[in-house]
Design a binder for this molecule. Structure first.
Ligand code: ACO
Length: 332
């Protein structure tokens, strides 16, 4: 997605998760499940659910505000906002436009990216290319998701997996070569959308009494199939980005993978022969926050002192579509 002329660097990151902690025991009060099943099959111990009335754009703004503070920039210099989400406030206008207004950013191009859980990594590639074009100077990129309203609390195979939150980064172009976002790739295979989808609410099945009664506005997933695909595409996307930018797995200092299932991350680590100590995971606390997951984990890893100047960081994600994406960053 991006070519390397100048460097696009991450100036600052921020994240936000709602206050409301929902433990596995809380989930067991809603569906026939147990803390033991969820922990051992997924690695998740708890997740956050947004408050009623707290929309995706509110979480996106909270994370964005923190990223602006961390970057130490004048907010008026931001000229691009991209929000990755599959749970926008509404079909239109875009969540990015709502963020623009709430954060009072006057002179921006703003739009959303829909690549499900791969969205934030897709967004890094898109913003990076737009900055390198010379037409934009500072980008606010956000992954934000309120998955809780699309979870079917009558389906124990999906509702225990997801959570809400947002993560953000400020990107800028620098006149130095060889640091920052070294490259980003994205891929997709739309041949079988039924493996992971929210069937109704769009033009194919508009909202109706029937669609609501058939529970078609909730997330539906073939977990086993997604699991198989995830292990394959995460490994391939990681190998492809390393080859593209001329690095090897042994060069990587930190992997920030999409937080869907600890067993998927374990498989990735084994396949890449990278020890688990080099992975930053927060799945146990937040579950799968979809497009927000890599963004929140990146912010946490930085704030925890796990990222130093010169480090090579791999971001890798997969999601509904199917989509997948990876990005290799040399921290400035
Ligand atoms: N609690 C208790 N039992 C459960 C639960 C639950 N929450 N969910 C399923 N089970 C049961 C099943 O009914 C099944 O019972 P049965 O054998 O009597 O039929 C049994 O547990 C085993 O079910 P499996 O589906 O085989 O469980 P599996 O080990 O495959 O784990 C899981 C299921 C966790 C969903 C796994 O397949 C997975 O993580 N898949 C990937 C999902 C994923 O990553 N999704 C995110 C995509 S990203 C995006 O874009 C949104």
């Amino acid at each position: 997605m991006s070519s390397q002329k100048q460097s696009v660097i991450i100036l600052g990151t921020g994240s936000y998760v709602p206050e409301n902690i929902v433990t596995n025991d809380d989930m067991a009060k809603m569906v026939d499940t147990s803390d033991e099943w969820i922990r051992t099959r997924t690695g998740i111990c708890e997740r956050r659910f947004a408050a009623e009335g707290e929309a995706t754009s509110d979480m996106a703004c909270a994370a964005g505000e923190r990223a602006i503070q961390a970057a130490g920039i004048d907010r008026n210099d931001i000229d691009l906002i991209i929000v990755a989400t599959m749970t926008p406030d509404m079909p239109f206008p875009s969540t990015a436009c709502l963020v623009q207004s709430k954060l009072q950013l006057p002179n921006v191009c703003a739009f959303d990216v829909q690549a499900a859980c791969s969205g934030f990594v897709y967004t890094l590639g898109i913003a990076s290319s737009m900055l390198q074009s010379g037409n934009f100077n500072k980008a606010l990129v956000i992954g934000a998701e309120k998955t809780s309203p699309i979870l079917d609390f009558e389906d124990r195979t999906t509702c225990v997996l997801f959570g809400d939150g947002a993560g953000a980064a400020i990107l800028t172009r620098e006149e130095i070569e060889g640091v920052g976002i070294l490259g980003t790739i994205g891929g997709s295979d739309g041949s079988d959308p039924s493996v992971l989808q929210q069937p109704a609410g769009g033009s194919a099945i508009p909202a109706s009494v029937d669609s609501i009664q058939a529970r078609q506005h909730y997330l539906k997933m073939n977990g086993k199939e997604i699991f198989k695909q995830a292990v394959r595409v995460m490994g391939q996307a990681s190998a492809d980005i390393l080859e593209k930018v001329g690095h090897q797995a042994s060069d990587i200092d930190l992997v920030v993978p999409h937080q869907a299932n600890m067993r998927i991350i374990d498989s990735l680590a084994k396949r890449m022969k990278i020890p688990m100590e080099k992975f930053h995971n927060n799945l146990e606390r937040y579950g799968n926050t979809s497009a927000a997951s890599v963004a929140i984990a990146l912010d946490e890893a930085y704030k925890a002192g796990r990222i130093k100047s010169g480090d090579i960081i791999l971001l890798v994600a997969f999601g509904a579509g199917l989509t997948w994406a990876s990005s290799l960053i040399k921290w400035h």
